[in-house]
Design a protein around this ligand. Structure first.
Ligand code: AMP
Ligand code: ZN
Length: 112
């Protein structure tokens, strides 16, 4: 499968990974939009949020919990933002679901 993030999971493409367990990998975004900007992705290839099934509920909970734990470890206890883009219209460019975690700068809403 020609998926960038699957290749990061396997190590075929290098990334600044800093956390991994049996279900997820976390690595720093190559084009950071904040002093802290990392991605938490499932090892399982799921193209978009539209492809989630009932069976993925524990995995998606684990992604969010991992994002929270790693945000604290990365010095974002004061506040951080999580973002998941779905499909082209939602701004998704890599079709393997991922949770962005952004921190250590003031976040505004709505985003630009
Ligand atoms: P999205 O637009 O939500 O699909 O986000 C994809 C994110 O992946 C963007 O923020 C990119 O900067 C990031 N990205 C793309 N290629 C890489 C890579 N090789 N290593 C780390 N992050 C990447
Ligand atoms: Zn993939």
């Amino acid at each position: 499968m020609n998926c960038l993030f699957c290749k990061i999971v396997t190590g075929e493409i290098p990334a600044r990974k800093f956390y991994e367990d049996d279900q997820v990998v976390a690595f720093h975004d190559i084009n950071p939009q904040a002093p802290v900007h990392f991605l938490v992705i499932p090892k399982k290839h799921i193209p978009t949020l539209n492809d989630l099934t009932e069976a993925d509920k524990p995995l998606t909970g684990h992604i969010l919990h991992t994002a929270q734990q790693l945000a604290l470890e990365q010095g974002c206890a004061e506040g951080f933002r999580v973002v998941m883009n779905c499909n082209d219209l939602g701004g998704q460019t890599v079709h393997h679901i991922h949770m962005h975690v952004l921190g250590q700068r003031a976040m505004h809403w709505p985003p630009g």
